[in-house]
Structures are given as structure tokens and as C-alpha cells.
Design a protein around this ligand. Structure first.
Ligand code: A3P
Length: 297
């Protein structure tokens, strides 16, 4: 294992657009040191229960939406479940904590047995950062992914709010090189994809195109009986955005305010920001990185 100094040596000199703190490369992925430390605590102290649910994702691929949908599914299938609080009052991130932030980021040796069942956690960590038991314990893992062009555009807008000063072209080049939080994107997706016999895959695009069908699949995976239409309505972009607006300027973590998780909520916004050449670069990259895996754009 690297010492903190060795980790620091892997700081990227080029990555200038993440203004909320420097990242370092660890096992091929770029994270803040605090998340790497948390991932070590997760591997040391977290043994998932078969009832645990882990929502995994690369940033800006629909994490907030998946958190809302999962907690809504659980609440409607079991109204007494204390783990699923009401989306009328709370931002989905207040309901489903990140393993590497609220759970093990704040207290590396946290006793998570005090958390009620079923426990729902989320993570932006790659699969290789999580304990092996995630694959063997019988816990359910759902991975949401999204087209890299829209993922990049969503991330670019978020970092603009934080005050990034480089051009979209420079930021895009860094995204392609994997120099983004939790990057590289392609390897992140691939790790979960290769474990898809144990991981349920959901795409942002499927959710937009046919929310009812996708919610039905998620509920079935979780073993929940629900009225699909109710869940879809409760977790609509407009509804969640309004609730977060009403919550005011509350800051979640790393300076991210509750309403920053809701921007446009559409498929294909990349067309307003990227050129066809940039899209071609992404397609070529996907072809190179995902060749033979069955994944494509
Ligand atoms: P855009 O920036 O393209 O609008 P994450 O939750 O992983 O941070 O992803 C954020 C992206 O999901 C943002 O995309 C946000 O607008 C979108 N989003 C959040 N909630 C949504 C919902 N209920 N329906 C559709 N899109 C949603």
C-alpha cells in the first residue's frame, strides 16, 4: 500500500479544472486523498449484509435520481421502513449516504450495525476499491451509468459553478485522459460491467426513455412490490428540484448545494456544448477501452 507521501507523488500536474481540491491517482483512479483513506476504511471495516443495497455510479450519471427512486420504492413497498424517509422534505442525498463520505469518511471505524435494515448506501468508488465481499455477500448492487458526453457536460457545468477557469476543450481533453474526479470514466463503468452477473445495470437514458419499465426492473431486483407510476411521479426531475429549492441554500458536502444536483435533466445536452469531432473522439475512446466487453456507446 502507498504511504501518504507516495500517494501525493501521484498528484496530477495537468488537472486544473477541479477547483475543489487536488486529486491523486490511486489504483488507476483519481480521487481526493480523503476518499482514498475512506476506501481503505471501507475495505477494513465494512462487510455487507445480504439485505444491504449499494447504489454505485460515476459522478453526474444520475446518482441523485437513483437514490430517490430506490428510497421511494422501499418506502412504498414497506411504509414502516425507517430507512426510507420522505422525499417531500429531504434531498435524496440526505436519505442515502455515501459510504466514502457520510459513513466511513466521517468515522473510519464506524459501527454500521446501528443503521436500520435494509441499509441503502451509495458510492462513487470503483468496484476494485470496495471489499471483495460486495460480490459474495448477496447484497444488491445497482450501477447507474450515462453516456460520457452528457456526463462530461453535466460535470463541466458543476465545476463552472465552483469557479473553474479552463476552456471546455481543455476540460474535455482532461476528461478523455481520465483526469476527472473518480476518473477515468471508461474504466469505472467497465469494472462494474464485468461484474454484471451480480450487479444490476441501469442507464440514465433508459430511465428517461421508459421510467416505468426501468423502475419496475429495479423494484423486481430489490424484491419490492410497488405501484410504479407513483414512484416515477414522486422522483420526477421537477418534483425533486422544487423540494431541494425549498430546502434553501443548504450545503451538502464539498460546497455542493442541494439544488446543484438538478440542472437540466435531459438526454443529449452534449449537442449544445460539444462538436461532432469531440463526440467522435469519445466514440473512438470507448471503442478502444471497451473493445470486446460488450459495452458500446
Ligand atoms: P444534468 O447536469 O445533465 O442536468 P448526479 O446525481 O449523478 O450528480 O447526476 C446529476 C445529473 O442528473 C444532472 O444532469 C441532473 O440534472 C440529473 N438529474 C437529477 N435528478 C434527476 C431526475 N429526477 N430526473 C432526471 N435527471 C435528473
Amino acid at each position: 500500500m502507498d504511504t501518504p507521501q507516495q500517494k501525493e507523488d501521484k498528484i496530477s500536474p495537468q488537472a486544473k479544472w477541479w477547483v475543489d481540491g487536488q486529486r491523486i491517482r490511486y489504483k488507476g483512479f483519481w480521487f481526493k486523498l480523503e476518499f482514498i483513506t475512506a476506501s481503505e476504511a471501507i475495505r477494513a471495516h465494512y462487510t455487507p449484509l445480504p439485505s444491504d443495497i449499494i447504489l454505485a455510479s460515476f459522478p453526474k450519471t444520475g446518482t441523485t435520481w437513483l437514490k430517490a427512486l430506490t428510497s421511494s420504492i422501499l418506502r412504498h413497498s414497506s411504509p414502516l421502513s425507517s430507512s426510507s424517509k420522505d422525499l417531500d422534505y429531504l434531498n435524496p442525498h440526505e436519505i442515502v449516504p455515501f459510504l466514502e463520505i457520510e459513513i466511513f469518511g466521517e468515522n473510519p471505524s464506524k459501527d454500521i450495525t446501528e443503521i436500520s435494515c435494509p441499509s441503502v448506501f451509495s458510492t462513487h468508488l470503483p468496484l476494485s476499491f470496495l471489499p471483495e465481499t460486495v460480490k459474495t455477500s448477496g447484497c444488491r448492487v445497482i450501477y447507474i451509468t450515462r453516456h460520457p458526453a452528457d456526463t462530461f457536460v453535466s460535470l463541466w457545468h458543476l465545476y463552472n459553478k465552483f469557479g473553474t477557469e479552463i476552456s471546455i476543450r481543455q476540460a474535455f481533453d482532461e476528461f478523455c485522459k481520465g483526469l476527472v474526479p473518480a476518473g477515468p470514466y471508461f474504466e469505472h463503468v467497465l469494472e462494474f460491467w464485468e461484474a454484471r452477473d451480480r450487479v444490476m445495470f441501469v442507464t440514465y437514458e433508459d430511465l428517461k426513455a421508459n421510467p416505468e419499465e426501468t423502475v419496475r426492473r429495479i423494484a423486481e431486483f430489490l424484491g419490492c412490490k410497488i405501484i410504479v407510476e407513483k414512484i416515477v411521479k414522486e422522483c420526477s426531475f421537477e418534483k425533486l428540484k422544487n423540494t431541494s429549492k425549498e430546502r434553501g441554500e443548504g450545503v451538502h458536502w464539498s460546497g455542493t448545494k442541494y439544488d446543484m444536483f438538478f440542472r437540466k435533466g435531459v438526454v443529449g445536452d452534449w449537442k449544445n456544448h460539444l462538436t461532432q469531432e469531440m463526440m467522435k473522439e469519445l466514440e473512438d475512446l470507448a471503442d478502444l477501452k471497451w473493445r470486446g466487453s460488450g459495452l458500446d456507446l
